[in-house]
Write a protein that binds this ligand. Structure first.
Ligand SMILES: C[S@@+](CC[C@H](N)C(=O)[O-])C[C@H]1O[C@@H](n2cnc3c(N)ncnc32)[C@H](O)[C@@H]1O
Length: 318
């Protein structure tokens, strides 16, 4: 039985499966399987659109009675606790048995519980013949308020993709300084702000730049946004995100895309590039190494896909 500190559970629509796996490879160095993942790396579920729960494992055992003994030994005394039974892939325990097990665990904790307004939530679950008990951290849904931001465009990315781009770019490291190089209406910046990342943006279009400022102030977020062409921007970042302009919205061409990518590469050693075109040859020509990739279809629209490349500067030593 391998010992890990955390168990993560994921949820997503079928068309986001590859994107969730890309995110988990970048956050945990391994892709989730059966919407589950064990890791010693600690990630806040609320910073991901896909991580729904994290269990900080306190005790585990292949034997249920053994687990109960271990929980008792922990001498947990926290007023207002609550316990949830997490049903994971392959768990066929009957409902009444689950309730009994919740009671068993409850009796191990010598404090009054509070089901409706808990001060702490614990979880018990069973996966691949092992019982786990730990503290449960649920994803909060505050970020969904960004769906009603004042300004949005038909070419703006969804808040789910925006949120995961911040995680993929930063590898979940909140000390990262992140740039959204073509920020449009600021969809990515809003997700960075709510998750507590240090994120800035720039855009060369004055109207959309103003809309980013308005979107940020609507939610009371503080983030630097620059009305500038990326080729004239000169601050340094740990990671960057480029949601490249589309041919049918901006008069662009391969040369302009190269300039955007190469200019961003001067500012950051790690760049996540998003495009609806296959621009792999342009990325390779710019001297960036492609470390990971996925393609995200729009639900129900087989012919519309967003490609996401995780790129690193070759020979980067900092
Ligand atoms: C696909 S949109 C980004 C949409 C954005 N992610 C959102 O969700 O609102 C691409 C943006 O790149 C900006 N852009 C194009 N060329 C640029 C350049 N050279 N420097 C900075 N921004 C640029 C455009 O003004 C446009 O807002």
């Amino acid at each position: 039985m391998t010992k890990y500190n955390h168990l993560y559970s994921f949820n997503y629509d079928y068309h986001h499966s590859d994107l969730c796996k890309l995110e988990s490879r970048q956050l945990f160095d391994v892709a989730e399987k059966d919407k589950l993942l064990f890791s010693n790396i600690k990630v806040d579920p609320s910073s991901s659109p896909f991580i729904k729960k994290r269990v900080d494992i306190i005790s585990s055992s292949e034997n249920y009675s053994e687990l109960i003994k271990k929980i008792k030994k922990e001498n947990i005394r926290i007023d207002g606790f609550k316990i949830e039974y997490l049903t994971l892939d392959g768990d066929t325990i009957e409902y009444t048995d689950k309730l009994k097990k919740l009671r068993d665990v409850g009796f191990c904790i010598e404090s009054p519980p509070d089901y409706y307004n808990p001060s702490i939530t614990f979880a018990i679950c069973f996966y691949e013949n092992v019982w786990y008990f730990g503290e449960l951290i649920n994803q909060t849904t505050d970020w969904l308020k960004h769906k009603s931001k004042p300004y949005s465009y038909s070419n703006s990315i969804s808040i789910n993709i925006a949120k995961t781009l911040v995680n993929i770019a930063s590898k979940g490291d909140k000390s990262n300084k992140i740039l959204d190089a073509c920020c449009g209406a600021g969809t990515v910046i809003l997700e960075g702000c709510i998750s507590g990342f240090d994120i800035e943006g720039c855009d060369n279009n004055e109207k959309v730049y103003q809309h980013t400022l308005d979107n940020l102030s609507y939610y009371n977020y503080k983030a630097n946004v620059y009305h500038t062409d990326i080729k004239d921007h000169n601050k340094k970042y740990d990671s960057a995100i480029i949601d490249l302009p589309y041919n049918h919205y901006s008069k662009t061409n391969d040369n302009l895309l190269s300039i955007i990518i190469e200019s961003t590469a001067k500012l950051s050693p790690r760049i996540v590039i998003v495009s609806i075109e296959d621009i792999e040859p342009i990325i390779k020509k710019s001297g960036l190494k492609i470390a990971d990739f996925c393609s995200v279809e729009k639900r129900g629209k087989l012919k519309f896909a967003r490609n996401i490349w995780v790129c690193e500067k070759e020979n980067h030593t900092d």
